[in-house]
Design a protein around this ligand. Structure first.
Ligand SMILES: NC(=O)C1=CN([C@@H]2O[C@H](COP(=O)(O)OP(=O)(O)OC[C@H]3O[C@@H](n4cnc5c(N)ncnc54)[C@H](O)[C@@H]3O)[C@@H](O)[C@H]2O)C=CC1
Ligand SMILES: CC(C)CC(=O)C(=O)O
Ligand SMILES: [Mg+2]
Length: 348
């Protein structure tokens, strides 16, 4: 098949990990007789430096016209002055809104050898397989912001439509998995959460085969570490999902491992690792590329409908971890390029 894939390396370790994923996608294309065309564009701090804006019009247009978009990460200390007028993260939020990708899938799978590096006891990690569905285009990240010398505010707003559409996605994923859905909110305090919970109860009637439960976000943060194997699909709003999924990465052994797929009603999906630009390790050939390579596997699955190819890439990642070929975040001594070479070898 022919596919046009936009690559947004971004900032920090973004270019290192996207280069690794592109190599893997090229290998998959070669092995299976596909024609993937890659086009790189600017997003984030690198775009601010050259274009004065975090999401240039040329990037926006290229993403809208693509079959799929693969992103590294944006941001870093160079662009983090609190008084800065434009910020790299605005570019990423703008891209998510432009593509309308309201459902951010963040699968948390535990690979036994990598998870041995987790601070959690191995018996707690046995059988962990969670799919987070994080609402991605609403809530406090997108609400009105105010600032005076004395005070600041960020509005958290959700419409019923925004809540319904992401809940339906989550129920559908739960139907195809173990038929349990945990909806996470802060309904004891927040009005948006009360609307979220009310909507979840109403939508649940459409999915009688799925068991719905509610969990407050603060206790969820604790349960994720004490009883992680109890969860199947977890659906939550934007900010809670951002925080809980970085916490859940601890179950995997490193923030460098979990991938993500952001999907909406439109044709273009956005794929990115869940981590940020890791300024502390940039340019050292130390970044774990597996979260981005696994995001490329999700791209094959959800945007290109190439399930066998997605599975082949996931199996190559798994075999690399089986062999203990770890970057330093997993306690290893292998470089980004050596880990990528090991995945490529597994793909042969
Ligand atoms: N999607 C995106 O583009 C995101 C961007 N950011 C931005 O990234 C910048 C840094 O944020 P932080 O809070 O430091 O979060 P971070 O996720 O960049 O890094 C947190 C820690 O995890 C490590 N880490 C992250 N990814 C890794 C990988 N692939 N391999 C090995 N180690 C890895 C880093 O070295 C660091 O010690 C900020 O400007 C932030 O706004 C943060 C999260 C998401
Ligand atoms: C806007 C991003 C920096 C938010 C984030 O941390 C994420 O999506 O994981
Ligand atoms: Mg995050």
């Amino acid at each position: 098949m022919k596919a046009n894939i936009v690559i947004l390396p971004g900032d920090g370790i973004g270019p290192e990990v996207t280069a690794a994923a592109v190599e893997c996608l090229r290998a998959v294309a070669k092995n299976h007789g596909h024609d993937f065309q890659f086009a790189e564009h600017l997003l984030g701090g690198c775009a601010i430096d050259t274009e004065g804006t975090a999401l240039p019009e040329s990037t926006r247009a290229a993403c809208l016209a693509a079959d799929a978009v693969l992103l590294g990460a944006v941001g870093g200390p160079k662009w983090s002055d609190p008084k800065a007028k434009v910020r790299p993260e605005q570019g990423l939020l703008g891209l998510r809104a432009t593509l309308g990708v309201f459902a951010n899938l963040r699968p948390i799978k535990v690979h036994a050898r990598a998870a041995a590096l987790s601070p959690l006891k191995p018996e707690r990690l046995a059988g962990v397989d969670i799919l987070f569905v994080r609402e991605l285009t609403g809530g406090v990240y997108f609400g009105e912001k105010t600032r005076t010398p004395e005070a600041a505010s960020d509005l958290c707003r959700y419409s019923v439509i925004e809540i319904e559409r992401v809940l339906r996605r989550a129920f559908e994923f739960a139907q195809a998995r173990r038929r349990k859905l945990t909806s996470v909110d802060k309904a004891n305090v927040m009005e948006t959460s009360r609307l979220w919970r009310e909507t979840a109860v109403r939508i649940a009637a459409e999915y009688p085969d799925v068991k719905l439960e509610h969990q407050l976000v603060d206790s969820m943060a604790m349960l994720l570490l004490t009883r992680p194997a109890d969860y199947d699909v977890i659906v939550t709003e934007n900010l809670f999902g951002d925080i809980l999924t970085d916490e859940a990465a601890v179950l995997c052994g490193s923030l460098g491992l979990p991938p993500s797929a952001s999907l909406g009603a439109g044709k273009v999906g956005l794929y990115e690792p869940i981590h940020g630009s890791a300024p502390d390790i940039v340019g050292q050939n130390k970044a774990n590329p597996l979260g981005t390579i696994a995001s490329a596997a999700l791209l094959l699955r959800y945007s290109l409908n190439l399930e066998a190819e997605a599975q082949a890439l996931e199996a190559a990642i798994s075999a690399t971890l089986d062999a203990g070929i770890f970057t330093p975040d997993l306690g290893g001594t292998y470089s980004t390029q050596q880990v990528t070479a090991a995945v490529l070898e597994q793909l042969q």
